[in-house]
Write a protein that binds this ligand. Structure first.
Ligand code: ATP
Length: 229
């Protein structure tokens, strides 16, 4: 799936000007303010009205735009309506909800609870189940593990990887956390100030990053971790 041009103009200035291709799973990695969230908003058709967008893409994206794209936000604690039971947050019938619960590894008794009665990991699983409701062809993930503790983060990344194998959707994973990106995605694009600095196969970019900026991101991400494989 190719996004041949995604350019956002705001107050006569280009905030973002990128192009990328999503083969199976692509990590879009960059520091705060680099343009990651804007990229997702543009693909979801949710840009603020005062920004103008130039978007060129291939037929594969055309086919799914607006209907087969699901979004997983950063914070599962605020993603769901707190006063609505989990079972009522879905738009499909009960048997499909149970099927989705099986897929994400949740017990059915959680269906009768309210969001504040669930842990962060459980909530993110519910959010993922809701995202899978419509059998998406593309999942857009905006730092889906940032609000979670390290162990839960690893569990959610593993879950996404398994779900992708089963459901066969593509993923665009936006993050500043290279460790999670490396564990989840085949390819990587490094973004800085609204432009793509470096891109390619995850392993090669991790092993021999060309840009200093990429090296710094890698060092920062791995700084406090025990493993570097
Ligand atoms: N509604 C807006 N109006 C004006 N400028 C905006 C708006 N939203 C984002 N920007 C600007 O666009 C640039 C990219 O922002 P974006 O939110 O995409 O960054 P990001 O990489 O997702 O950062 P973070 O990791 O902090 O979420 C930044 O310079 C930001 O200030």
């Amino acid at each position: 799936m190719n996004i041949n041009k995604l350019k956002i103009i705001y107050e006569n200035k280009a905030l973002l000007d990128v192009a990328f291709s999503i083969e199976s799973s692509l990590a879009l990695v960059g520091q705060s303010g680099s343009g990651k969230s804007l990229t997702l908003k543009a693909l979801l058709g949710m840009l603020p009205y005062n920004m103008s967008l130039e978007l060129k893409h291939d037929a594969e994206f055309e086919l799914i735009a607006g209907k087969n794209i699901s979004f997983i936000p950063q914070n599962p604690f605020t993603a769901l309506s707190p006063l609505t039971k989990i079972s009522k947050q879905f738009f499909v019938d009960e048997s499909r909800v149970k099927e989705l619960f099986d897929e994400v590894g949740l017990e059915y008794d959680l269906l009768d609870r309210f969001p504040p009665e669930l842990s962060g990991g459980q909530l993110q699983r519910v959010v993922i189940a809701i995202a899978l409701e419509s059998k998406p062809k593309l999942l857009l993930l905006d730092e889906p593990t940032t609000a979670l503790d390290p162990q839960t983060r690893v569990m959610i990344i593993d879950l996404l990887k398994n779900l992708q194998e089963k459901e066969n959707f593509k993923m665009l994973f936006v993050t500043h956390d290279i460790v999670s990106a490396k564990n989840l995605c085949q390819n990587i694009c490094v973004i800085k100030n609204g432009k793509i600095l470096e891109s390619g196969d995850m392993k090669s970019v991790m092993q021999s990053p060309k840009e200093e900026y990429t090296k710094t991101l890698i060092e920062a991400s791995f700084a406090n971790r025990e493993f570097r494989t």
